[in-house]
Design a protein around this ligand. Structure first.
Ligand SMILES: [Zn+2]
Length: 59
């Protein structure tokens, strides 16, 4: 899993689609589809996304 290509610097505040907390503008965040989820891309903290990917891969 290469996170660099989907990790961005937030230009404004986003809400993490996983934990619901704010992704502060100026910090790194991941913009991606939920693993195995909806089509729309959502914002995640990089740690939250890593956790999502890890749990989605555990089948
Ligand atoms: Zn989060």
């Amino acid at each position: 899993m290469i996170l660099n290509s989907i990790t961005h610097k937030a230009r404004r505040d986003y809400l993490c689609a996983f934990c619901g907390m704010t992704v502060a503008s100026g910090t790194q965040y991941v913009r991606a589809q939920s693993p195995g989820g909806a089509q729309a891309k959502k914002a995640f903290h990089s740690k939250c996304y890593a956790g999502l990917v890890a749990s989605a891969g555990r089948k």
